[in-house]
Ligand binder design. Structure first.
Ligand code: SAH
Length: 406
């Protein structure tokens, strides 16, 4: 690491000056300064340097990290003029994140939890998750990438894990301009597969080749909540990854049988292994495309008592919102058509650009088109170890609606 990056420019001469009338969101502590809000750059900051944000009237607003390659030109970390972005700040933020998880009771040795959730913990660009004794750090900004050595040391001191793997998300590494990462940086891990327990259900998690950090922890409480509606039902689990909703449905909800579908063959083979690990014979998993499989099931006259839809992010930008809503509509309509009368629909969206209201309107339209009444019983978000920053509502990305389809 270049140690210059850890040091705040003493004279504060690297300044980003905002355009007139663009300052309000940043006084309101929104942490992303988009290139469209920037009037000029003073000094000659390198990508990853600390910069100060000023209004066009010369008022200090915040301190952040600069990246000329990213659409998010500056990520803000402090609104106090006398607070440098240094090791001590990172330590305070990490410690606060650790205290929150401790207070939530997510400390069971065999368990898994998100320890640091990017902007929602004042550490934009950094996600840390624990799987048993092992940690995974997922980096999504150049600033955090450049400070990784320091951050790994602090994370090791605070949580004392058996190992820390660092990973760099493929799409973020491209948009932020850093090399792909996938290596163990601290301690030792003998296997890529780590076993964890969630609500008494056991899962093997692939910490190296798996998606995201290896497991979708954000759905932890939703898997349990959805399971409660699955008793004696035949369940279709669309985009099942390693089997989360199916296994929770069978074990916690006593579902009759489950069919899980995912386009990733790797995910499906781990889902099958997870079913065996839990001694389940009534879980079936198949590789396939969600849209096609649902059409085939409908054509074959199959019906289910519950359908779970947990697709990947359809809207990656605000521009993609209309096409994303059409895709959600298509998927949800197919699910409703597969449901028996009084069936349960558990439908999720992890697109930050799709609001709860957008999603509810989409469901209303599905009800109208299919002529089925759709009653929303629960509107849920991510588990509490994925907090929502009230000043950055993009952190409220996960929606899970549990509905009865009459
Ligand atoms: N429900 C899972 C998480 C799902 S994440 C859990 O509880 O752990 C979204 C999943 O959708 C990923 O596993 C991905 O492989 C899968 N996916 C993406 N596109 C798909 C498609 N067109 N058809 C089926 N699965 C798809």
């Amino acid at each position: 690491m270049n140690s210059a990056h850890a040091v705040q420019s003493p004279a504060g001469d690297q300044r980003i000056v905002l355009k007139p009338r663009k300052v309000r969101p940043f006084f309101a502590r929104h942490p992303w300064v988009l290139d469209s809000a920037v009037a000029r750059v003073e000094g000659d900051p390198a990508d990853g340097d600390v910069v100060e944000l000023f209004s066009n009237r010369g008022q200090f607003v915040a301190r952040g990290i600069y990246n000329s390659h990213s659409k998010i030109r500056v990520r803000l970390y402090s609104w106090q003029a006398d607070e440098p972005l240094d090791r001590s700040l990172w330590r305070r933020r990490l410690t606060a994140a650790a205290e929150l998880r401790r207070s939530l009771g997510y400390e069971q040795a065999e368990g898994a939890a998100r320890l640091v959730s990017s902007e929602a913990d004042g550490l934009g660009g950094l996600i840390v998750e624990r799987f048993g004794a092992h940690l995974v750090m997922l980096v999504t900004s150049l600033g955090m990438y450049q400070r990784l050595d320091e951050l790994v040391t602090l994370v090791a001191e605070i949580w004392r894990p058996a190992s820390i793997a660092v990973r760099g998300d493929r799409s973020m590494s491209r948009t932020e301009g850093f090399a792909l990462l996938d290596e163990v940086r601290h301690g030792k891990r003998d296997t890529e597969l780590v076993f964890v327990e969630e609500h008494g259900v056991r899962y093997g998690v692939d910490l190296s080749a798996g998606q995201k950090t290896g497991f979708y922890l954000d759905q932890r409480e939703n898997r349990k909540a959805a399971a409660a509606y699955m008793t004696d039902r035949r369940v279709l689990d669309v985009c099942c990854y390693t089997g989360g909703f199916s296994l929770a449905g069978l074990i916690l909800g006593r579902a009759r049988e489950t069919l899980g579908i995912d386009s990733s063959a790797k995910a499906i083979s781990l889902a099958q292994a997870n079913a065996e690990l839990n001694g389940l014979a009534s879980a079936r998993f198949e590789v396939g495309d969600a849209f096609q499989c649902m059409e085939q099931l409908t054509a074959a006259g199959e019906r289910f008592g519950a359908v779970v839809l947990d697709p990947p992010k359809f809207a990656r930008s605000a521009q993609q919102l209309p096409q994303a809503l059409r895709a959600y509509h298509h998927l949800n309509r197919s699910a409703v058509e597969l449901l028996e009368p009084d069936g349960m629909l558990v439908t999720c969206s992890c697109s930050g650009h799709v609001t709860r209201e957008d999603f509810a309107y989409m469901l209303g339209d599905v009800a109208q088109r299919t002529g089925r009444d759709l009653q929303i019983l629960e509107v849920r978000g991510a588990a509490p170890d994925h907090p929502v920053a009230a000043t950055c509502l993009e952190t409220d990305y996960l929606k899970c609606f549990i509905c009865r389809v009459v």
